[in-house]
Ligand binder design. Structure first.
Ligand code: F3S
Length: 404
């Protein structure tokens, strides 16, 4: 791998021990993938997890004097103010301290403390062709596929290294030849709402490994649906990119999507596939009763928040409802009065928080309802179970306590 003068100086420690450490890791990654050189990035997103390994790495860089040249946005942990303050079920002092340390480490590194996993929709949006370093399941496919930017499927750690050095090794999805589709996915299912894109994304086992090219999808697809598709593709498999013919920028035609080559595989997805998955993936609720509803994995947008507020305005929820959003969306919901409507109905609008965090300790052993398979998938290891249904069914279940 050939480094330019500045990159070599960074590796040699002339920019400090932290930057040298980050560069050493990136050179190692580059060599694994036969990258010929490093190229500059203009933005990054770090999927911090607030877990022990993540904190260890961030503090190691910080203690070695690293500072982000490209301030990255970061993923959620949990809202420390809420879960140590007004919450009826506060976190343990140990968990609170862990989150405080995560906050201190990323602040020290110079990250943008956004604590949001959908920055590509609002606060960290690349232009077409922009080279960046995005980690997070829904983020990488979104910036590659929808915006036509270029990012490999970074880990939280490699994205943080990129933010520190300002460079990434040039390989994989940064190169034209690796951005062509190789699996043709005929969608015959009725994609009537954003929810079906969650289910379509969970078809990874059927789609197989590669870059899927979807046909048969509606002419208009919402940002929320595209967010759902990417999030679930990386829950059921590992996908850095997809194409939607006639919709995503690098797939104006089928031929362009495949770079003139024939697809290696063809797959058909039907309503039956989606329905079977929904049933198979849902935990059973006794007598159809659920204990809580949770939305926002990935984080809900303002539009979705306003939609729920409209559906439950003037009513009382039978069970708790948690809506996870970015701090921007939460603030806008406050200004617009939706926060008051949600709170009056008994819902909690939370920023900075993710379902896969220790703050939900009090939901252990309970069965929730959500529209997101990813929301159901991760908390299971914490003993929290979920049924998955479309958003309207979930809202209705929160109002009655039962799934119809
Ligand atoms: Fe976001 Fe956490 Fe879900 S990072 S996608 S809310 S698991």
């Amino acid at each position: 791998m050939i480094l330019n003068e500045e990159q070599q100086a960074m590796l040699d420690g002339k920019y400090g021990e932290g930057a040298a450490y980050a560069m050493k890791i990136q050179v190692g990654i580059g060599e694994c993938f036969d990258a010929p050189r490093m190229v500059p990035i203009t933005r990054a997103h770090v999927a911090l997890s607030n877990q022990a390994g993540d904190l260890w790495f961030a503090e190691k860089l910080l203690n070695a004097g690293a500072k982000c040249r490209i301030p990255p946005t970061v993923n959620p942990g949990f809202c420390i103010g809420h879960f140590t303050g007004s919450c009826a079920h506060p976190v343990s002092e140990e968990d609170a301290e862990h989150m405080r340390r995560t906050n201190a480490a990323y602040r020290g590194l110079g990250a943008v403390l956004s604590y949001n996993c959908t920055p590509y929709i609002a606060s960290n949006v690349p232009n077409f062709g922009e080279v960046c370093a995005f980690s997070e399941s829904s983020a990488t496919p979104y910036v590659n596929s929808v915006w036509g930017a270029r990012s490999n499927r970074e880990s939280a750690n490699s994205a943080l290294c990129a933010a520190v050095t300002g460079y990434v090794p040039e390989y994989g999805l940064l190169l034209d030849e690796n951005r062509k589709g190789n699996i043709l996915v005929h969608v015959e299912a009725n994609m009537k709402s954003d929810y079906e894109y969650h289910l379509l994304g969970m078809m990874g086992a059927k789609i197989g490994e590669g870059i899927p090219v979807f046909t048969g999808l509606p002419a208009h697809i919402s940002p929320e649906a595209l967010r759902n598709l990417g999030a679930q593709l990386n829950t059921s498999g590992a996908y850095g990119m997809y194409h939607i013919v006639g919709f995503t920028p690098e797939a104006p035609t089928l031929e362009a999507a495949f770079g003139g080559k024939k697809p290696q595989r063809e797959v058909v997805i039907t309503d039956k596939d989606l329905k079977e998955f929904e049933e198979l993936f849902s935990d059973k609720a006794e007598n159809g009763k659920v204990d809580f509803a949770m939305f926002g994995c990935p984080h809900f947008t303002l539009k979705e928040t306003l939609y729920i507020a409209k559906q439950i305005e003037g009513k009382k929820l039978a069970i708790p409802m948690y809506i996870l959003v970015s701090s921007d969306a939460a603030e806008m919901a406050r200004r617009m009065g939706a926060y008051d409507i949600l709170t009056a109905a008994g819902a909690e609008l939370l920023s900075d928080s993710c379902p896969d965090q220790p703050c939900w300790h009090y939901l252990k052993g309970k069965v929730g309802i959500t529209e997101s398979p990813k929301c159901a998938y991760y908390p299971r290891r914490r003993g929290i179970n979920f049924m998955i249904r479309d958003l309207d069914t979930c809202i209705e279940a929160a109002l009655t306590g039962e799934v119809k």
